[in-house]
Write a protein that binds this ligand. Structure first.
Ligand SMILES: [Zn+2]
Length: 447
């Protein structure tokens, strides 16, 4: 096995990462000029990464509308995609960081800065891993295309544009998760159920789609009766005076069955006190069964397990009632059939199904050429023979491209600091990740 990644290759990658981290690139959507649909930051980061790629000798292209860019190297009949993103989440509380979030800082062998794990670090790591193979004297028999998105953290409109305007890749990786690889990601459906209002009851509790709500406040009519109902169900709540707060336990929506849904519990108690409000009866039917079993029966497959069904809002006013739901759908389940069934099931509660956002599932078979080659590359470099290909309820860009899986760039042993204060990645882990990436590209793309 050739060791492509020397310390000087690592150093060059870090120098480029420094440039990229120095460009704050969280979504602002208000740049006021064309060519920057998600704000000036993501656009500047796109320009910066294209400059880094051009300096490496890759042929770069920037979408005139500013949604995405790409960098090509090598040639051949098929395209191997490396799908990345240069937008990040905001820094959060900048004063809580040990170092300024938009200056790459090196301390005790660890790199700090917003984006070093997600996804600027892996992006630069992959760029320099590919360059190192060229520098070792090899050439590629596929075209390798780095695709740089600018809207991964919000709505993925960048790659929607790519898929509208560009030729598809033939196979690829998205280094935006964990090694060894993720070959199956559930379909992700976010929707509303909308029904009739109530002149009697006003409720307004809203959490984000992808979280099991940990608290639900109520301060409305029949408060004593609602408290009584909560006690009868043995649901925890705080007496707020005025009002009450039902207490749950938040987890990510993809793990909804392991959380405690405060909004669901409030609604179940309210249903006892306000039996005439039809939306509440829906919650009684749903119960506390976050696989959606009471509504839809067993929805599962062998590859990716069971459906998860999270409810994260309840709004009732005189005009209408509204619930937001997040479904993670097993990869082989027919999406349209499932949604048709759900629409039928909610109809007796006078609820109408309204689509918000859908991401189709990712599924590349574990005995495919791509997965087998990536696994072998990972094992050859890391010597980790126990980690298995993963399935996930989460979402990476891999699912937007044909025959593409999430591959790295974090090791299974790398602590996850993505989206957090003091986002950081150790140089040792970065170097090992670059070796794995280089080995995989070498096996897949070198003659
Ligand atoms: Zn990411």
């Amino acid at each position: 096995m050739i060791d492509f990644i020397s310390d000087s290759v690592l150093d060059s990658a870090v120098a480029s990462l420094e440039k990229l981290v120095a460009v704050p690139s969280f979504n602002t959507e208000d740049s006021g000029f064309s060519g920057a649909p998600f704000g000036a930051g993501p656009r500047a980061a796109l320009d910066s990464v294209l400059e880094i790629a051009a300096d490496l000798g890759f042929a770069t292209f920037c979408d005139p509308d500013g949604y995405y860019g790409y960098a090509d190297v090598g040639s051949g009949d098929s395209i191997f995609g490396i799908v990345c993103h240069v937008d990040t989440v905001p820094a959060g509380d900048a004063s809580a960081w040990s170092f300024p979030p938009f200056e790459l800082h090196r301390s005790a062998g660890v790199l700090y800065g917003r984006g070093v794990q997600d996804d600027k670090g892996p992006t630069v790591a992959a760029l320099f891993a590919v360059k190192a193979i060229l520098d070792a004297g090899f050439s590629f028999d596929r075209k390798i295309r780095f695709i740089f998105g600018t809207d991964e953290e919000i709505l993925w409109r960048c790659l929607a544009e790519y898929n509208k305007k560009e030729v598809p890749i033939d196979l690829g990786i998205a280094p935006d998760a964990e090694f060894p690889l993720i070959y199956a990601e559930k379909g992700l459906q976010q929707s509303y159920l909308v029904g009739e209002g109530s002149s009697e009851l006003f409720v307004d509790v809203v959490d984000s789609f992808n979280a099991v709500p940990s608290a639900a406040f109520y301060d409305g009519p029949k408060l004593a009766g609602v408290k009584q109902a909560l006690k009868e169900h043995d649901f925890d709540f705080l007496d707020d005076d005025p009002g009450l707060t039902v207490v749950g336990r938040s987890v990510h929506a993809m793990n909804a069955p392991f959380g405690v849904n405060a909004i669901d519990r409030l609604a179940i108690a309210l249903a006892d006190v306000f039996p005439e409000v039809s939306v509440l009866q829906f919650f009684k039917k749903y119960g506390e069964e976050a696989h959606g079993f009471n509504l839809l029966g067993d929805v599962s497959d062998e590859v990716s397990g069971q459906l998860t069904f999270n409810i994260s809002s309840l709004q009732i006013d005189p005009a209408e009632s509204k619930i937001q739901i997040d479904l993670r759908i097993p990869v082989t389940v027919d999406h349209d059939e499932l949604i048709a069934k759900l629409s039928r099931v909610v109809a007796p509660f006078n609820l109408k199904y309204v689509d918000f956002d859908y991401l189709k599932p990712l599924y590349v078979k574990t005995d495919s050429y791509l997965v087998k080659t990536l696994m072998a590359s990972y094992q050859a470099v890391s010597k980790d023979m126990t980690s298995k290909p993963q399935i996930s309820g989460g979402a990476t860009f891999a699912r937007t491209m044909p025959n593409t899986v999430a591959f790295g760039a974090m090791l299974p042993t790398t602590p996850d600091h993505m989206h957090q204060v003091d986002e950081r990645w150790s140089l040792a882990d970065m170097k090992l990740s670059m070796k794995i990436l280089a080995e995989a590209v070498y096996r897949l793309c070198v003659k």
